[in-house]
Design a protein around this ligand. Structure first.
Ligand SMILES: Nc1nc2c(ncn2[C@@H]2O[C@H](COP(=O)(O)OP(=O)(O)OP(=O)(O)O)[C@@H](O)[C@H]2O)c(=O)[nH]1
Ligand SMILES: [Mg+2]
Length: 358
């Protein structure tokens, strides 16, 4: 899954002001009429709730807004450069690092309305200054932020007329647009995270609790990228994140590793699914501990989050084992909630626990 990329953005440069003189019949020496340059386009970041990865940036890394156009004669202003809007998923963390601006020397330019070969001067305005870096959290749907400002257009020579300067041969060049290197890191925003061994039934549970229809199959590592779903209960809308399964040694790179755990870093409660099949209460508890160890190894405080521990797939084992396992966990001071996504047994209790804890 692409959830960490660096891209480059550049706002548009302002257009240059014009050096131009009025030319009309019977008025041999018209006054200055050079218009202003247009403003450079801005760069915006906007959250799009339909996106869930940064995949779009895997190959597309450079974004530039339009430059402002040059001013013209007859006090005509140049057109404004076009803005660009970059869409990112909700939960994208943004780090901006300002890129150095190139400085341009004074430039000679041709003067409109004068004999060929007469040159005017274009001098550069001050650059846009500001923070060299900043962090942003694109945490809300519909959020829009300007991250790079387009340069102002330069003033045309019509502004440089003075009593001692009736033929101003100067105008301003446009200001340069801001440019940044932008680090985008996605940490999905969800209220509830589902964790557990591969095949524990996490994706199945997500499909029972929400409108999401993630891939479900009877083998390990069916889920390769996080799935999101919305649980609607008691006037609440809770976002649930289903992530790939964890195995022993995931923190050392086994299986799919533990990197994707960052997508449940910002949840309020974890639902930990422990499968009931294929073991004694002790063995089931040992499987629970395997996941706890990996959560701790991630070193982001996941082990301190509120946890609802669910004994999954109880339709496949006999009631005696369920009872014994519940009391075994109770001795370890863990309230175990038996559940079957297949029959719906225990799902209501789970939903009310989630509402209580989130
Ligand atoms: N009988 C029964 N089967 C279940 C139940 N929940 C899930 N399953 C089955 O268990 C298998 C694995 O389910 P998934 O939901 O894909 O498991 P997962 O935890 O998401 O697995 P990974 O994505 O590989 O980590 C599928 O064949 C499901 O149909 C249940 O409550 N009862
Ligand atoms: Mg799955």
């Amino acid at each position: 899954m692409v959830d960490h990329v660096n891209i480059f953005v550049r706002a548009g440069n302002g257009g240059a002001g014009a050096v131009s003189f009025r030319r009309e019949k019977f008025i041999p020496k018209g006054g200055p009429d050079g218009g202003d340059g247009g403003k450079g386009g801005n760069v915006y970041l906007e959250t799009d709730p339909n996106l869930s990865t940064l995949q779009d940036f895997a190959h597309n890394k450079k974004f530039a807004a339009g430059d402002g156009m040059k001013g013209g004669g007859k006090k005509m202003s140049g057109a404004k450069g076009e803005d660009i809007i970059i869409k990112v998923p909700v939960g994208t963390l943004v780090k901006l690092t300002r890129l150095a601006l190139e400085t341009d020397e004074e430039k000679d330019i041709r003067v409109r309305g004068m004999k060929l070969g007469v040159l005017g001067k274009l001098f550069r305005q001050g650059h846009i200054e500001g923070e060299t870096w900043q962090h942003l959290d694109m945490s809300e749907p519909g959020m829009s932020l300007r991250i790079a400002r387009g340069g102002k257009g330069g003033r045309g020579n019509v502004h440089f007329k003075g009593s001692s300067r009736t033929t101003p041969m100067i105008a301003e060049d446009g200001q340069m647009g801001e440019s940044f290197e932008v680090e985008l890191e996605l940490k999905l925003l969800a209220d509830v995270g589902l964790v557990g061994l591969p095949n524990a039934g996490k994706s199945t549970l997500l499909s029972v609790l929400s409108n999401a229809r993630p891939k479900v199959a009877d083998y390990e590592f069916t889920t390769l990228e996080p799935n999101l779903g919305v649980l609607k209960a008691a006037d609440k809308h809770l976002v649930i994140a289903d992530i790939p399964g964890l195995i022993e040694g995931a923190s050392e790179g086994k299986g799919l590793g533990i990197k994707f755990l960052k997508h449940i870093e910002r949840t309020r409660v974890l639902v930990h699914l422990v499968p009931s099949i294929g073991g004694t209460p002790e063995e089931i508890y040992a499987k629970y501990k395997v996941i706890r160890k990996e959560l701790k190894a991630f070193e982001a405080g996941l082990e301190d989050k509120k946890e609802i521990v669910v004994l999954s797939k109880i339709d496949l084992v006999d009631d005696g084992l369920v009872k014994k396992t519940v009391s075994y966990f109770k001795k370890k001071k863990i309230a175990l909630l038996p559940m079957s996504a297949a029959t719906g047994n225990g799902v209501k209790q789970l939903v009310s626990e989630i509402l209580k804890k989130s």
